[in-house]
Ligand binder design. Structure first.
Ligand code: GAL
Length: 435
């Protein structure tokens, strides 16, 4: 199921994503288990609604706060309980969630990535279909068809998408680049590293900022995309591209060299540590998902004057995709309240409030771009015209277990700097997880 899914949707243009309203059906098959408790009561079902995320601090919390505020306004009968666990990319949250689900102590709703990661929860029988919520929200008239495919199994839809993020963005400090005499965007990884030499020569000792392991996985995935191109990169997840191919070896060697330009990171460093290095002029570049734009905004920084952004060199026209979505866990104490939350998350108002604050773009296609800041408008354009590939670090391309194995390999590499062993470890991880 997982491989079928990845093969079908890993490379798609927005035309294939059906951004225009799709007439074709992506609705549940006849006989799909109906949800009986869609709470449509004015003011909400009532009671506590425990929502589990990793949006616990800073600009990420601002996104969640925007949703919470609207939830309280629209569903005053409900009591929102914030169960957020700090740590970007769910680096701590996912373990806590796994044990809560294992112990039959699920939250009323939790954040899960559309794609391979969601399939894990579906395969494990931990979440319920939410077809009725998606239908009530407008179904494939308002959500891109291929996004719905990423959360659909056997005709059942298992989550409500809240947003779409892009992982392959370089964030750069304008002043640092100016001092280094850099005034154009590098065309590939090699010319980018040549620019990093200029940054070093201008007196900034760490041109590139990184944080803990998952940010390194994300950086590595973008190097893979540049070296392999979108088609072969996508083939890594369905067995069509070998993990010990010459291109992956080249990517590992490039990645090794890239790290020579970076600061020393500790495993626990969260992404704002790295992004703030760019904001503070201590680094020229940070590769970070576009949640970073919210950090620049929160720190009062202005686009172009203070910072710039561009796709990771070598991947113009490629959108490294991930989407957050919210679930209805099996055994949730307040399924009616959870559905109120899902209705809010999937509503046009909810998507506008959340994505304006979060740096992402709405999953819905009927939220006007003109309401958004320039970065998000450009991301919406890119999402429409680019080739879409799936993020490794953020649950779109690989399962939780495979992601954990890749993270272990990348983390080991950070200590050893042995790129041959990195390729061997990644190849073994693929073999284990692809079967
Ligand atoms: C991703 C998540 C984003 C953002 C990021 C950093 O996994 O999808 O919404 O939270 O982690 O924490």
């Amino acid at each position: 199921m997982r491989n079928r899914f990845v093969a079908t949707v890993a490379v798609a243009t927005v035309a294939a994503l059906g951004l225009a309203a799709c007439g074709s059906s992506n609705t549940p098959e006849q006989g799909a288990a109906p949800n009986t408790s869609l709470a449509t009561k004015a003011g909400g079902a009532g009671g506590d609604v425990g929502v589990f995320t990793w949006w616990a601090a800073g600009s990420e919390k601002e996104g969640l706060d925007a949703l919470e505020k609207l939830f309280k306004e629209k569903y005053p009968n409900n009591n929102f309980v914030n169960l957020a666990v700090a740590g970007g990319a769910g680096s701590n949250a996912k373990a806590k969630l796994a044990s809560d689900l294992q112990n039959n102590q699920p939250p009323d709703s939790f954040q899960g990535h559309a794609g391979a990661e969601l399939l894990d929860y579906i395969d494990a029988g931990q979440i319920e279909p939410v077809n009725d919520v998606i239908t009530a929200l407008g179904g494939d008239q308002v959500f891109p068809k291929n996004l719905l495919e990423r959360i659909t199994v056997n005709g059942n839809i298992y989550s409500v998408p809240s947003n779409i993020h892009r992982a392959n963005v370089v964030w750069a400090n304008s002043e640092v680049l100016k001092k280094a005499g850099i005034n154009s965007v590098p065309k590939d990884i090699a010319s980018w590293m040549a620019d990093m030499d200029k940054v070093k020569a201008s007196g900034v000792s760490t041109p590139l900022s990184i944080a803990g392991s998952w940010t390194q996985v994300q950086l590595f995935e973008t190097v893979l995309i540049s070296t392999l191109g979108p088609e072969k990169y996508s083939g890594l997840f369905d067995g069509k591209t070998a993990w010990d191919s010459a291109e992956v070896k080249q990517a590992a060697a490039d990645y090794k060299k890239l790290l020579t330009y970076a600061n020393t990171a500790s495993d626990g460093d969260d992404w704002p540590v790295a992004t703030d290095m760019v904001i503070d002029g201590k680094a020229a570049y940070n590769v970070m998902g576009d949640w970073a734009v919210a950090e620049f905004t929160a720190k009062g920084k202005k686009e172009q004057t203070d910072y710039q952004y561009f796709p990771v060199p070598g991947q113009d026209g490629v959108f490294d995709f991930l989407a957050d979505s919210f679930t209805l866990p099996k055994g949730a104490k307040n399924p009616g309240g959870a559905k109120d939350w899902l209705m809010l998350v999937g509503s046009a108002d909810g998507q506008k409030a959340f994505n304006m604050a979060k740096g992402s773009i709405p999953a819905r296609t009927d939220v006007p771009p003109t309401d958004f800041p320039p970065y998000q408008q450009s991301a919406m354009e890119a999402f429409k015209s680019n080739t879409i590939v799936s993020s490794i670090a953020h649950g779109a391309a690989v399962s939780l277990a495979w992601n954990a194995d890749i993270t272990t390999a990348i983390s080991k590499f950070y200590t050893t700097k042995d790129d041959a062993t990195l390729v061997t470890d990644l190849t073994a991880a693929a073999k284990k997880n692809l079967g």
